[in-house]
Design a protein around this ligand. Structure first.
Ligand code: HEC
Length: 300
């Protein structure tokens, strides 16, 4: 039906127009979203202005220790990460109480070389508070940091291109009123952190509103897998019949090839907390585009 096709094309063009506008305002929208939802850490967010992210990169290494007599296992979930100066970067650590009683710990941190210390800014960290872990409990804890771009103009420190962040957990001297570390694992999802994790783990291949290496993801919640018009899906995903919900996304992100044998997404997110927050971020995206996409598709 040619008339119908023409209408479809017009509808698609309209959608693309709206998308382009959305993309050009996405930074503003994202900030507005953070303001409206009052997402975590807003007050401490020192440099949320993207204009301050510099092209210069720095490699940050992570190191963890426990004090003698502290019955915790404590490891970084990444050994190092390369980030831009000014870029708010999420990383994860894992702690496990290997004793039979609840333990309250307090983390101290140390940055080397020490001249980089004043430029190392943490926005979210378990090191701000006394933290309790129940017997044999394991938690994954986020730290969000950035390296202040001012380091590049400090004659003493501007040569620094490698920084080590080192944490040590001690038995707490003031265990009263400690926070429960399990809040990071079982507490509410954090879509703001999810947005940063998306930028870090997904944006190399996925944009929100247009196809890149992978299909666009702005309206993925509620969509049937493999149905963005024009995107060259693997036959496996295209005929999977999966509808993307938080539960199906959880399974997919944990292991796309195990979930859909023959699927072509070459990565997985091993940490369940990261998966939860990335999915919360996808859920938090404006729904206008998701309403438009299925209607604009030709029938059949
Ligand atoms: C290295 C590239 C790459 C990365 C990184 C990547 N993806 Fe993908 N993704 C793909 C490709 C390619 C496909 C299409 C797979 C197919 O056709 O089998 C895909 C498909 C998907 C789909 C199915 C979409 C649809 O329309 O059915 C979802 C959902 C998805 N990715 C989410 C994510 C999320 C969330 C992340 C980050 C945690 C991520 N991807 C990271 C390449 C990537």
């Amino acid at each position: 039906m040619p008339l119908r096709r023409k209408l479809t094309v017009l509808a698609l063009l309209a959608v693309i127009g709206v998308m382009t506008t959305l993309v050009s305002y996405s930074v503003t929208l994202y900030r507005l979203f953070c303001e409206v939802t009052g997402a975590n850490g807003t007050t401490q967010r020192v440099a949320s202005d993207d204009a301050t992210v510099s092209a210069r990169k720095v490699t940050v290494f992570f190191d963890t220790n426990v004090a003698p007599g502290m019955p915790w296992r404590f490891i970084p979930l990444q050994r190092k990460i390369v980030t831009h100066l000014g870029e708010q970067t999420p990383v994860f650590f894992e702690a496990q109480n290997i004793s039979d009683r609840p333990i309250v710990g307090h983390a101290t941190f140390n940055v080397t070389p020490s001249k980089a210390g004043i430029y190392f800014k943490k926005i979210e960290c378990f090191c701000f508070t006394e933290e309790r872990l129940d017997p044999h409990q394991t938690v994954q804890m986020p730290v969000v940091f950035f390296v202040d771009p001012k380091i590049a103009t400090d004659p003493d420190a501007r040569d620094v291109d490698q920084i080590t962040l080192s944490y040590t957990f001690f038995p707490s001297a003031r265990p009263k009123g400690a926070e429960d570390l399990s809040r990071f694992t079982t507490g509410p999802a954090n879509p703001e952190l999810g947005g940063r994790l998306f930028a870090q783990n997904c944006s190399a291949c996925h944009e929100l509103d247009r196809a890149k290496v992978g299909p666009p993801l702005a309206s993925v919640i509620g969509r049937t897998a493999g149905t963005v018009p024009g995107y060259p899906y693997s036959p496996a995903l295209a005929r999977s019949g999966i509808v993307w919900t938080p539960a199906t996304l959880e399974k997919w992100l944990a292991g796309p090839q195990a979930d859909v044998p023959g699927a072509l997404m070459p990565m997985a997110i091993a940490n369940p907390v990261e998966r939860r927050d990335i999915i919360a971020y996808l859920q938090s995206l404006p729904r206008t585009s998701s309403a438009a996409a299925p209607e604009a598709k030709p029938p059949g």
